[in-house]
Write a protein that binds this ligand. Structure first.
Ligand code: NAD
Ligand code: ZN
Length: 367
């Protein structure tokens, strides 16, 4: 599959295919200035994917240098950004170079940001190796590191020149990481594609078992959805891109409450957040209860949490609302919320009363 992200003036391609890692030399040769590429990856991906990737570059007559980040969210730091930028400069990077981000969302986010600032902007190519990165973070151009004040607060919009997706690399991905990416796959169905949610219900077992066709379909469909939404609102100015945040307002509150730790990974927070957004939509009279039930049953089938208890959160509704306000830099009253009239029918409710959200969450504590 070949999906084009249609940004005005600088469209780019997302290539999706089994075995692409083994052919990356061929695909990346046009992007290698004087036959050389600078690769950024992490210690896990360095072990599981880099050997095959590097062999393919060598087979195509390309040379490379690689920089290893520590695996995990901690790498999105000022300290690692400084080390990475210093490394790129020590390798004499030029503006016409392409940096390759080979890894999950962490590698993609910090590498994209480094590419944005080094020499006032270099090109980069995304080769995402987690499901989350393949269906979400590698497409769309958001890059960032974390700061003491919070996650993703320092960053830039910097679109990649090319995205190469090989579903085969998911073979070595830990099962829990597959689940976090799957939550974002389901999200695209829930936003505006009810037939894709139907497809997920039918094909979840094949997908989770690693069936090649199911993987290709789920990834391609997700990338299409993300590319379409990003093309409609690249810099989150019109509100269209905000649709991608379905489940994320509740989810971020749960992540904040669990300290952005391994207790609750991002996609797990999003899964519980989507289940909550649907049940809250039922409570407000927007959504049939049967649709909210289908959402929870499906996410649970993927092993994802759908209740506060399963998300290991035991905070009051008021405490969770405080996290939402802090996240949005607000101090009370109302917040815009993504709610649903049903599966595939998400809409932005402009002013949701936060006391009502807190009351709802207090009821959810007993679930
Ligand atoms: P990650 O990059 O930390 O990867 C998860 C784990 O899997 C890591 O330990 C990694 O080393 C390992 N791994 C990666 N590929 C592997 C493979 N093929 N085989 C075995 N192990 C492998 O996490 P993630 O979930 O990919 O990304 C999360 C990050 O993405 C967060 O920082 C989040 O803020 C960011 N994000 C960004 C956007 C965006 O639009 N830029 C969107 C969503 C999330
Ligand atoms: Zn997300």
């Amino acid at each position: 599959d070949n999906i084009t992200v249609s940004l005005e003036g600088r469209p780019y391609d997302v290539l999706i295919g089994q075995g692409l890692i083994g052919k990356s030399g061929e695909y990346l040769a046009p992007y290698a200035r004087s036959g050389r590429l600078l690769i950024v990856t992490d210690t896990h991906v360095g072990q599981h994917v880099l050997p095959q990737f590097a062999a393919s570059l060598q087979a195509a007559g390309l040379s490379y240098a690689a920089h290893l980040l520590p695996a995990g969210e901690g790498a999105k730091s000022w300290a690692e950004l400084e080390r990475l930028v210093d490394w790129l400069l020590s390798e004499h990077i030029e503006r016409s170079d392409h940096i390759v981000a080979l890894g999950g969302g962490v590698v993609g986010d910090i590498t994209g940001f480094a590419a944005h600032i080094v020499k006032r902007g270099c090109h980069f190519v995304q080769v995402p190796t987690t499901l989350l990165a393949q269906v979400d973070s590698s497409v769309g151009g958001k890059t960032a590191i974390n700061s003491g004040a919070g996650k993703n607060l320092v960053g830039a919009f910097h679109q990649p020149a090319l995205v190469l997706i090989d579903p085969d690399v998911l073979d070595t991905l830990p099962r829990r990481e597959l689940g976090t990416g799957y939550a974002e796959v389901v999200k695209y169905g829930l936003i505006d594609a009810p037939e894709f949610f139907d497809w997920c219900e039918t094909n979840i077992d094949a997908f989770l078992a690693g069936d090649a066709d199911a993987r290709l379909h789920a990834i391609a469909r997700s990338v299409e959805a993300k590319a379409r939404i990003v093309a409609a609102d690249e810099k989150e100015l019109t509100g269209v891109r905000a649709l991608l945040n379905l489940g994320h307002t509740f989810g971020h509150a749960l992540e904040a409450e669990t300290g952005y730790s391994d207790t609750l990974l991002h996609g797990e927070g999003v899964a519980a957040g989507m289940a909550l957004a649907f049940r809250y939509s039922v409570r407000r009279g927007h959504c049939p209860v049967g649709d909210a039930d289908r959402v929870s049953v499906h996410l649970a089938k993927a092993g994802l949490p759908t209740t506060l208890r399963e998300a290991h959160v035991d905070a009051s509704g008021g405490q969770l609302v405080e996290h939402m306000l802090h996240d949005k830099k607000k101090s009370g009253g109302t917040l815009p919320f993504l709610l649903a009239n049903g599966i595939g029918q998400t809409f932005l409710a402009k002013d949701v009363d936060l006391d009502d959200v807190a009351a709802f969450l207090n009821e959810e504590r007993g679930r």
